[in-house]
Design a protein around this ligand. Sequence first.
Ligand code: MN
Length: 265
Amino acid sequence: MAESPVILLTNDDGIHAAGLVALRDALLPVGKVVVVAPTAQQSACSHAVTLQRPLRYDRQEPDTFSVDGTPADCVYLALFAERFLPRRPDLVLSGINHGVNLGTDVFYSGTVAGAREAAFRGIPAIAFSHDLGDQPADFTGLAEIAREMALRLLRTPTTNRWAPLLNVNFPRGRFRGARTTHLARRIYKDRVISRTDPYGVEYFWLGGRPVIREQGEGSDVDAVNRGFVSVTPLALEAIDSAHLPVAARVAAVIETDRSALEVDA
Ligand code: MN
C-alpha cells in the first residue's frame, strides 16, 4: 500500500504490559501506531462490553490511551469515537498476551476478543500470545516477528466476506518454525475450588490447572507443545452446520403442523 498503514493495538493485560509495549515499539517504524488498551488486567474477560456505566480514558503518551474497560470496549471506542485514530485502521493487533490462548480458551480470551471486535467490523486482525516460561520473556524478539506477520497479512488479499482473524501463539524459548493449526479442545480439571473465608463464609475460585486432552495432530496445542509457532484462522460465523438437523428438530416444537415433528431424526 502506498500510504503508510494505520495500526490499532490493544491487549487484555493492561496498557503497561511488556508484551504490548514491545509490540508497539516494533511497529512504530512501519506505520501510524495507536494504542487503546485497558487500564488494568482484563484477562479472561472474553468479549464483554461495558454498557452499564460510562467509559473513561487517559492519554498516557501521544497515540497511547488507557480505557477503564475491556479489550472489546477499547477497540469499539477507538473505531467509533473519532478521537483516537486518524482514520479507519488497516489492521488491529491484540497482545502480545502474557500466556497462551489455545484451543477452546479462545472463547474466554480477552486478547482474542480485542482482535475479534475489529474483524467483526471488517478489519483484518491478529491476536498474539506467548507461552511464558521460567525465563523472562523476550518480547522484543517476538514483537519483531509479530510485526513481520502483521505486515504480511496487510499485503495478503482476502476474498472471504469476513475479515481474517488470526490467533497466533508463540511457544516457550526458541522455536522450530510455524504451523497453521486448528483449535484443540482444552479441558480443565478441579474446576471449582471451595474454601472458607475468615468470617466462615464459603467462597469459590474457578479454574484449576489445565489438563490438555485431545491435543490431536494439527492442533494449536500440539504445535506449541512441539515448539512451533501456531497460527489459527478463527471463524466469525459461529454456526455448526452439522447440527442444523438438531436445530430443526427443536424448532419443530412450535410448528402448528404436528407432522413437522417428524423432521429427519
Ligand atoms: Mn492476558
